[in-house]
Design a protein around this ligand. Structure first.
Ligand SMILES: *[C@@H]1O[C@H](CO)[C@@H](O)[C@H](O)[C@H]1NC(C)=O
Ligand SMILES: *[C@@H]1O[C@H](CO)[C@@H](O)[C@H](O)[C@H]1NC(C)=O
Ligand SMILES: *[C@@H]1O[C@H](CO)[C@@H](O)[C@H](O)[C@H]1NC(C)=O
Ligand SMILES: *[C@@H]1O[C@H](CO)[C@@H](O)[C@H](O)[C@H]1NC(C)=O
Length: 455
């Protein structure tokens, strides 16, 4: 448990004092925050056709990209065992599986979004060759332009039937069921579709140890929908991993998490996601996702590997790697199998993560978003007691031991600090609630409630 402090200061907030001291990276190296599988920095390929122009280009779609290209093989192999997610809007509601046993409707004339049996076989072989873990987002709406769930389910079964007959080394890692905006109806209907696909998966791969995972529902974080969805799922749960989409600026901050497609919307603002500036965000995003306590994210599937203005590499210019590609690559080399907590002070321009490499050695990532060099130093040790398992789970309030047993909740008397304190000195390993009695932000007095009272 961390110590807790509570204080009242009658003052205005002071400007942060400029400092150029050495930034101390404090690492609590005696407990694990989260364990991660290798291949955490993962990526997506979409189905957007080359006819969609410069944003997607000739070598972006999983239906067209040259799977034998040395450029593609090189950049993908170097991120293995990342998850190669095949997704995008059309995957979830248009892609038609053609030529599979039991559902061999032809590709509609002139229709682009057809995944043929030979192409699927080539994709399975590509994944095996590069060592990535393949994950296909399934169509949960209907083939082509149809809104026809029974047809979608039949073609999924045909795809499963073919895939299950392939040698084990070609087995996909997972199938995904879900779309960021259109979930196959209201939450209970979507849950029923997930259950139906889960049953097909179990029938085609009866041995649970050999069965590809089923993941979903891949929504933006919409808490009400997600709660309804989870409550409507049958037991035992057909989903192995919870997935969600996170486009910066959409939806809410995730509270439940396991797998992410992270990107900027609409193909990325021109020039924003392919520069070094993006890497500061990407570094930070991966670090946050990796350190979610309590067994958090398993992977972050970057939108995209190639195609769009948010790609890791430019497949239309000789597979040039953008800056973010190297973040993913370095992260892989780190193999952040286990993270440990880290804290930084006093530079707000710094972000860091700490992890163990597979041989148990410390790896610290440090990103500096500021324009000047910042000296850093490590401080290992027990910064705060272990998160769990300690018999001495105690806290202090303003120096006095604090506890509550059997519903007897003590008063939490505040301490008043002299005005104009402003610059509150946060003690080590503390949580403080500072109440500024003289500060009444305009927004707090709006909407009828929440007017601040004087202390
Ligand atoms: C910051 O560092 C420079 C160079 O080391 C030094 O001259 C300066 O006094 C420092 N400023 C502060 C506020 O510590
Ligand atoms: C995808 O399917 C939806 C109906 O589910 C349809 O409205 C849309 O036009 C289709 N898009 C393409 C590109 O076929
Ligand atoms: C993507 O970048 C290209 C230039 O590389 C630009 O023409 C296009 O408008 C960009 N797309 C978006 C959605 O910003
Ligand atoms: C697409 O990839 C192929 C084969 O890898 C390559 O020959 C071609 O030049 C690429 N197209 C563009 C526009 O870079």
């Amino acid at each position: 448990m961390l110590g807790t402090w509570f204080a009242v200061a009658a003052a205005t907030a002071a400007a942060a004092t400029a400092t150029n001291q050495t930034a101390i990276i404090q690492i609590s190296d005696r407990h694990i925050v989260n364990s991660l599988p290798a291949g955490f920095a993962s990526f997506t390929l979409d189905f957007h056709p080359s006819s969609q122009g410069s944003v997607w280009g000739a070598n972006a779609s999983i239906l067209e990209i040259d799977l034998a290209s040395p450029g593609l093989l090189g950049v993908v192999t170097a991120l293995a065992p990342a998850v190669l997610r095949l997704g995008g809007s059309e995957a979830g509601e248009n892609v038609t599986y053609v030529g599979f046993p039991g559902f061999d409707a032809p590709c509609p004339s002139g229709y682009y979004y057809c995944l043929t049996r030979p192409r699927w076989a080539a994709i399975l072989a590509f994944a095996a060759r590069t060592g990535v873990r393949l994950m296909l987002d399934l169509n949960l709406i209907g083939p082509g332009t149809a809104d026809d769930w029974p047809a979608a389910l039949s073609q999924i079964d045909a795809l499963f039937s073919y895939t299950a007959q392939q040698p084990p080394r070609l087995r996909p890692f997972a199938f995904e069921l879900g779309r960021m905006t259109r979930q196959g109806g209201v939450a209970p209907a979507a849950a029923a579709r997930v259950a139906a696909v889960g049953a097909l998966l179990a029938s085609r791969w009866p041995d649970e140890g050999q069965r590809p995972l089923l993941v979903g529902p891949s929504v933006h974080i919409q808490p009400d929908w997600i709660v309804d969805f989870v409550l409507a799922l049958p037991a035992p749960l057909p989903l192995d991993v919870f997935t969600y989409h996170m486009y910066e600026g959409y939806g809410k901050a995730p509270r439940i998490a396991s797998q992410t497609a992270a990107a900027w919307a609409s193909g990325g603002p021109t020039g924003a996601c392919t520069t070094f500036e993006s890497s500061l965000w990407y570094f930070d995003h991966l670090a946050h996702a990796a350190s979610t306590p309590g067994g958090g994210h398993l992977a972050v599937a970057r939108q995209t590997l190639a195609g769009g203005n948010y790609s890791l590499v430019d497949s239309n210019r000789g597979y040039i790697a953008h800056s973010d590609y190297f973040v993913a690559r370095l992260r892989r080399r780190v193999r952040a199998d286990v993270s440990v907590s880290s804290q930084l002070e006093p530079h707000h321009a710094l972000r860091s993560f700490a992890a163990c490499d597979p041989s148990g050695r410390l790896v610290v990532g440090v990103a500096n978003a500021g324009g000047e060099a910042i000296a850093t130093a490590l401080q290992l040790g027990q910064h705060g007691a272990p998160l769990a398992g300690g018999a001495e789970a105690w806290v202090r309030l303003n120096g006095q031991p604090l506890s509550s047993v059997g519903g007897e909740v003590p008063e939490l008397p505040p301490v008043t600090l002299p005005a104009p304190a402003g610059a509150f000195s946060a003690p080590p390993f503390s949580v403080a609630f500072l109440r500024y009695a003289a500060v009444l932000p305009e927004a707090c007095g709006r909407d009828g409630g929440g007017t601040l009272a004087a202390a």
